[in-house]
Ligand binder design. Sequence first.
Ligand code: SF4
Ligand code: SF4
Length: 410
Amino acid sequence: MLSRTIPKTQEKIPILGLGCMRLLEKKGSIDEERSKALVRYAIDKGVTHLDTAWMYHHGQSESFLGRALADGYREKITLSTKLPHWLVKTREDMDFFLNSQLSRLKTKYIDYYLVHSIGKESWDRMKALGVNEFLDQAKKDGRIRNTGFSFHEGTGIFKKIVDDYPWECCLIQYNIIDEFSQAGRDGLKYASEKGLAVFIMEPLRGGKLAKNIPGEISRILDQADIKRTSAEWALKWLWDQPEVTMVLSGMNDISQVDENCEIAKTSYPGDLTSEEHEIIRNIAKTWQSFMKVPCTGCQYCMPCHFGVNIPSCFEMYNNLFMFGDTWRTNASYVIRLGGVMSGHSVASACRDCGACVSACPQGIDIPKRLKEVSGRLEGPFYHILHLGAMVALPIMRRMAFFKKRFLSDE
Ligand code: SF4
Ligand code: SF4
């Protein structure tokens, strides 16, 4: 397995890590036996970084890993997990979550501790609650070794957060079709220039860039002189960029581990030729041609003074047409834009002021297209999910504290 260097610590990390949010399941819970075998198989193959979070697998992922990493496996790997800021109300809550995570993971320290899915409003709130002091203190007392944040909003706020704390790393969504959305290529380069290690999530968009690919993409792959799978092109594109430190893949099958490890063995920065880049551009352009709104995620229309997250609204709307994953798209829309994790920034918040329209280089009639988005993504299903999420949030907070007070471990 090839490795790259964490700029601020000069430590090595494998270029491929295992994301533990899509482990094998049985009857709605993690399939303990098969998932443990998979995790250990990956580690033995050199995938020696594992990433998890408080909420993955309905709160089971961290406790599962604590068990799977027994028998000396914890010592073979580095581990990242994340602070669920939407459950945090006070400075003391931050210590509560970190200490609980150490207990769930059966470890004395977290190698990379990330503030989970931070955005503009949530970052301001967490700073006001004292997150910087919390991270300083946790590093000082040895509970965490490195700090970071994961991110899904736009480049402008991404750069601000990069500059707001001396992070060692960040985690961004980045792949051949998201080159210019969310933090994007610009954010990747910025973070790297500032000395942050950049970890990548969703390298294959939850596997969708690799599985059940449309005929148009298959034809490009068939006609290419170099024979590679869709996954191989997408991963090679990431590792070709020197600013990418590590790619997290949610592998849940031995054959995926084998395939990705093989690709990782020979993927060096600056490897790809201009012909290979052309093939990848063709693949990306073809995927993008399935988009309903030609939004590139450039953010020139932002900020909207009424709080609409315009590029994210279009990104999720496009996902419906590109991948047809209605359930996941609806849930993502509620959680990311419906005010669950961050501020309320859905399409229906548009007041049709028109201020954003002239800023759009794609000439998109933004208010008109936002009406389409709200029509499609804010129907009865949205309201049920939204109500459910808003009711569940305080219950989740209470449950977390109940477990801490009355149960020794999970
Ligand atoms: S037209 Fe809508 S989206 Fe654009 S700035 Fe005005 S309120 Fe925001
Ligand atoms: S300016 Fe246009 S293309 Fe850029 S993010 Fe806004 S809507 Fe999308």
